[in-house]
Write a protein that binds this ligand. Structure first.
Ligand SMILES: CC(C)(COP(=O)(O)OP(=O)(O)OC[C@H]1O[C@@H](n2cnc3c(N)ncnc32)[C@H](O)[C@@H]1OP(=O)(O)O)[C@@H](O)C(=O)NCCC(=O)NCCS
Length: 199
């Protein structure tokens, strides 16, 4: 098991970000060229409903996201956020984000968002499988948590497809749109993922 970067591995963004590829999907380091599509996916009504995003979401918000949540977080190893490319198009196209971040003791959390024009084709399911395989192989991840608004059926469907089971609901816990929403959570251990609980 790899527990962290070896001295010869690059430490700084974007060189420290691995490229993970499989089945028509590529995960890579974000680029400032992704900004317009980040703005579009963040303005989307479903994204606005289920993720605490600024509204309206501007180019400046996207720049801040790239600087803080992506570049700085990779450099400090506080969060590992990937850009997703759909390779099935003629030209590869940015179509979302998927990331994991540590909670200590080998516990990580995973999160995701897809551009609306990329939904309904299994892109996120494949992207999450790639990031989980990397987290279990190359980070010290022992277990990963999924957490979402309990009404976010599309997010749960992705989580279920990659192996999460038995979600529990924490009532009145997730601040979204000025409300405290019910929060669904589930975990997936390295063993469960590697033993292929996929269905
Ligand atoms: C959550 C979200 C990423 C799910 O997107 P999605 O397109 O449904 O997920 P996938 O890319 O895995 O695609 C699954 C769909 O493709 C279909 N599909 C086609 N080929 C597939 C394949 N090879 N593998 C899996 N699914 C496939 C599935 O049947 C499913 O379609 P359905 O919704 O009609 O049942 C998206 O709704 C989103 O970005 N929402 C806003 C942000 C958000 O809520 N983030 C999560 C916060 S916790």
């Amino acid at each position: 098991m790899t527990t962290g970067p070896t001295p010869e591995q690059p430490q700084h963004f974007p060189q420290c970000v691995p490229v993970l590829q499989g089945d028509g999907v590529r995960l890579r380091a974000h680029d400032y060229d992704d900004i317009d599509r980040i703005v579009e996916q963040s303005q989307d009504e479903v994204s606005q409903r289920f993720i605490p995003l600024p509204n309206p979401y501007t180019v400046e918000n996207a720049r801040g996201f790239l600087a803080e949540f992506v570049e700085k977080s990779w450099n400090e190893r506080k969060r590992f956020e990937f850009a997703i490319d759909d390779l099935s198009a003629q030209e590869s196209l940015f179509c979302g984000n998927v990331g994991v971040w540590p909670h200590g003791d080998g516990r990580y959390e995973v999160g995701w968002i897809l551009h609306p024009d990329a939904r309904g084709r299994g892109i996120m399911t494949r992207a999450v499988e790639l990031v989980l395989a990397w987290a279990f192989e190359s980070l010290d991840a022992r277990v990963v948590k999924w957490c979402a608004d309990a009404d976010n059926d599309a997010s749960w469907a992705v989580a279920r497809r990659v192996g999460f089971r038995e979600p529990v609901v924490l009532p009145n816990w997730m601040p979204l749109g000025g409300e405290l929403r019910h929060c669904a959570q589930a975990t997936l251990t390295r063993e469960q993922f590697e033993n292929g609980t996929l269905a």
